[in-house]
Design a protein around this ligand. Structure first.
Ligand code: ACO
Length: 313
């Protein structure tokens, strides 16, 4: 029996806030259209900040709040589909920024918007063999870099940001997880450098159908695995913040009580792998997350991948 315990979180959003109103001056859209379809009013875009800058600021905050030093970190993972470089990885650059030891396991992983939970699972497994007690799991994205800013069907959806968690293995606890992937080449795609088109492309309706299916299924599986009778026995559900309508649809299907499902996409947009740790950090900072709470998290995204985890805070 073992589960990851999140000791503390951190987050960093770029300084520049971009409202729907600002986007409507470049493309034919409106705050009314975007908010009613997605729940998004604004997002942050990087100007001079890099993905590493965001990741390092979020990680430093999480480490400081957890009261851990560089020498306590044995695993450093960054979940991202928009790294600053194909190589070196953001995780290796973070190692240097944070002064992590040479025996630290450092790498990036790409499971799109499910990446943070893939990272949490991987870090927990790797910690079993680590001489150091803690892992750093970071979700960091600069999606504005891979967007066509003239394509109204995608440019209104995404934002940049990073969230981080310091994690320790707790042998006295258990957790439940679900993971899946569908080998889908088309529904969400960003082609490699030199390919045309290079910007993110998405079949919004297909992603919507996929998302509501796997989010509902994952929550039902995790609630049953925990031996609970209803989603309302949980304290909080934190889904990937792609779209408020996806969350509202699933909450209604599960007859969830008001306020059980957290939402912050109105302020951040869809920050892919960063969205769950950013949400956790907002919740922790506001005091809404308390020790002992049962928290269920679900991510879904390109691949098509999905992941769910239920753990005690
Ligand atoms: N402003 C105004 N009109 C727009 C905009 C916009 N920003 N974008 C599209 N439209 C227009 C389209 O051109 C279309 O016009 P037409 O009927 O004249 O052809 C009309 O609005 C309807 O377009 P749809 O794409 O059918 O709009 P839909 O209601 O499906 O909403 C959306 C699009 C919000 C993307 C929706 O499909 C959705 O929520 N999909 C879920 C996917 C998602 O959230 N992805 C996030 C990223 S992926 C991830 O994180 C996993």
């Amino acid at each position: 029996m073992s589960a990851p315990r999140i000791l503390a979180t951190g987050r960093c959003l770029p300084k520049r806030v971009v409202t729907n109103e600002e986007l409507s001056r470049r493309v034919d859209t409106s705050d009314e259209w975007v908010f009613s379809r997605t729940g998004i009013h604004q997002r942050h875009f990087c100007t001079e900040e890099t993905g590493l800058d965001l990741a390092a600021a979020a990680a430093r905050q999480a480490m400081e709040r957890a009261g851990v030093k560089a020498a306590d970190i044995g695993v450093c993972l960054t979940a991202t589909f928009t790294p600053d470089h194909a190589s070196p990885s953001t995780a290796c650059l973070l190692q240097r920024e944070l002064g992590l030891e040479e025996d630290t396991v450092c790498f990036d992983l790409n499971a799109a918007c499910a990446g943070f939970l893939y990272g949490l699972k991987t870090a927990h497994a790797l910690l079993a063999d680590s001489p150091r007690p803690c892992a750093l799991v970071v979700g960091a994205e600069v999606i504005s870099r891979v967007m066509d800013h003239d394509d109204r069907s995608t440019c209104v959806l995404f934002g940049d940001g990073a969230g981080a968690a310091v994690v320790r293995r707790d042998e006295s606890r258990s957790w439940h997880t679900v993971f899946g992937s569908r080998g889908d080449p088309d529904s969400i795609r960003v082609q490699g450098p030199g390919r045309v088109p290079s910007a993110i492309q998405m079949d919004g309706k297909a992603v919507f159908r996929f998302a509501v299916e796997v989010v509902e299924k994952s929550i039902r599986q995790l609630v049953a695995a925990e031996g609970l009778s209803s989603v309302n026995d949980l304290d909080l559900v934190v889904c990937h913040q792609a779209n408020a309508r996806i969350i509202d649809f699933v909450a209604k299907r599960l007859k969830a009580r008001e306020g059980l499902f957290f939402k912050n996409m109105d302020r951040c947009g869809n920050t892919s792998a960063a969205s769950i740790p950013i949400a956790l950090d907002e919740l922790a900072e506001s005091g809404a997350l308390k020790p002992g709470m049962r928290v269920l998290m679900v991510g879904f995204g390109g691949g098509l991948t999905w992941a769910g985890a239920l753990l005690e805070w």
